[in-house]
Design a protein around this ligand. Structure first.
Ligand code: NAD
Length: 487
């Protein structure tokens, strides 16, 4: 049995229009560049139909009590659980991942669905006092209306879950523009949602390019809230449109995340986490440790251990491999070009720096895990997010210099410090400008019940998921009750 058809359609109002109405985009397996499927290259027309379907279905969904919406989400979680192996196989193919990693992502999507299913029994507002006698004051959460969601390709199942489930539990209709490199898993998940009992039209999935379908969704006047996960460059454009239209918008953007290794760090632990944080998912994580800042006194010892660890990493998608390919040929070319420019400016390539050497990987978009040293803090490689398996090393004299360098970036998503000194760790957390600070671990995103997001160019101040995501997908309404006591 095939996992998905050769043509993976849009899903709009429960209908899947057949091939032939639009041009198509090929979905390519990054592991070997083979074509897996085609999806429609949708435009403004398809987005318009999807927004209309969401608008039509939304009032009925909003009128469904929150507890019952939660029960639908519980059924969705159960069905994803039952089909988790298929979901993982789809993700592994379309994103070029090891199956265990894809299984971990399916598990994260299920956890997220369960968390927001439970929110159906809460969706707390608050009650408070009033300045007037015999008056009750409270806030209640109302749906925004239609949510336009746009996601990145790097972790397709959690990216879907983080936006779709909080949007649904709040009672919104949804139009999701899939990531063009990994659209199949979103289509598969949307089908499961309806099979589990989500009314048709509440969740609509449209495939297409960012500049076409994505832009049309952002500009659509009947979309009430936008949530975007992707690059800071595109996030700025979306914020401009949303600003003109006074549309609510949540932006989860890029990072250039520092991992600091102090003179008192457990170096083996620091190396383990630096390697994972820089190279897992082939470095295609907004939270990737792309800047490793090491105290001078332990620099040589740390780098020797890091090089040994990175040299031992195995490329490929078999279960015993450590990192797979980057998502597409364009990204691979971007990485190689950035390395060449850094070399031309005098950078030293400590590890990697080239395409994978093995002939079995020659067709895929594989870059060796790459460690670069001798890059100035204001050089392109220090300041630009690359979103691939490349990290840079910096040598600093002390804690002050480490904090200054950690903060010397346009971004502020995540940060980590390795030290045995709790005062130093807490001082770092309070002084580093980032949405997440981690002690003795990797730079990473959040668990499904925790809020994630960044400062500076990493976002616009919103947080998803966690209960904080409810603030993105609902509007607070004040309700006042004036009570007349019987005479
Ligand atoms: P990208 O910005 O190119 O694309 C992301 C999505 O936006 C895709 O679906 C794309 O089709 C769409 N898009 C592109 N142009 C658009 C436009 N003009 N209008 C509307 N939509 C448009 O990003 P990418 O390279 O696919 O993903 C990597 C980026 O995502 C990195 O910067 C990474 O840090 C970021 N990211 C952030 C988080 C987070 O939670 N902060 C999580 C994952 C990825």
């Amino acid at each position: 049995m095939t996992l998905f058809p050769d043509f993976v359609p849009n899903r709009i109002g429960g209908v899947e229009p057949p091939r032939g109405t639009t041009a198509v985009i090929d979905v390519v397996n990054p592991h070997d560049a083979s074509i897996l499927a085609a999806v429609p290259r949708s435009g403004a027309g398809e987005i318009d139909t999807a927004v209309a379907a969401a608008r039509m279905a939304q009032p009925g969904w909003a009128a469904t009590p929150g507890v019952q919406r939660g029960e639908v989400l519980h059924r969705i979680a159960n069905l994803i659980e039952a089909r988790k192996d298929d979901l993982a196989r789809i993700v592994a193919l379309e994103a070029g991942k090891r199956l265990p990693d894809a299984q971990g992502e399916a598990a994260a999507a299920i956890q997220c669905a369960r968390f927001f299913a439970g929110e159906g029994q809460r969706l707390f507002g608050r009650t408070t006092t009033s300045g007037m006698a015999l008056r009750w004051a409270m806030t209640v959460r109302r749906p925004c209306g239609v949510a336009g969601l746009i996601i990145a390709a790097n972790t397709p199942a959690p990216n879907f879950a983080w936006k779709v489930f909080p949007a649904l539990i709040c009672g919104n209709g949804v139009v999701l523009k899939t990531a063009e490199d990994t659209p199949v898993s979103s289509w598969f998940l949307a089908r499961l949602c309806e099979e589990a009992g989500l009314p048709t039209g509440v969740l609509n999935v449209v495939h297409g390019l960012g500049a076409e379908a994505g832009q049309a969704l952002v500009e659509h006047p009947d979309v009430d809230v936008l949530s975007f996960t992707g690059s800071t460059r595109v996030g700025r454009m979306i914020a401009e449109v949303a600003g003109r239209q006074l549309k609510k918008v949540s932006l989860e953007l890029g990072g250039k995340n520092p991992l600091v290794v102090c003179d008192d760090a457990d170096l083996d632990n620091a190396v383990r986490w630096a390697t994972l944080a820089a190279f897992s998912n082939a470095g295609q994580r907004c939270a990737a440790a792309s800047r490793i800042i090491v105290f001078d006194s332990v620099y040589d010892a740390f780098v020797a251990k890091l090089v040994a660890a990175v040299d031992g990493l195995k490329l490929g998608v078999e279960p015993d491999c450590d990192l797979g390919p980057v998502i597409n040929a364009r990204q691979l070319a971007n990485m190689l070009a950035a390395i060449e420019r850094a070399k031309a400016e005098g950078a030293e390539i400590v590890c990697g720096g080239r395409r994978a050497a093995s002939p079995d990987l020659a067709a895929g978009f594989y870059l060796q895990p790459t460690v670069v040293a001798g890059v100035a803090p204001d050089a392109e490689m220090s300041r630009t997010e690359l979103f691939g398996p490349i990290t840079t090393l910096y040598r600093v004299a002390d804690f002050e210099a480490a904090v200054a360098l950690a903060n010397n970036t346009p971004y502020g998503l995540t940060a980590a410090i390795h030290t045995r000194d709790v005062d130093r760790a807490l001082t770092f957390a309070s002084r580093v400008r980032s949405g997440v600070a981690t002690l003795n671990g990797g730079t990473h995103g959040s668990e499904p019940h925790m809020p994630f997001g960044g400062v500076k160019a990493s976002g616009n101040g919103t947080r998803e998921p966690g209960t904080e995501a409810l603030d993105v997908y609902s509007e607070l309404q004040d309700v006042y009750l004036n009570v007349r006591l019987p005479l």
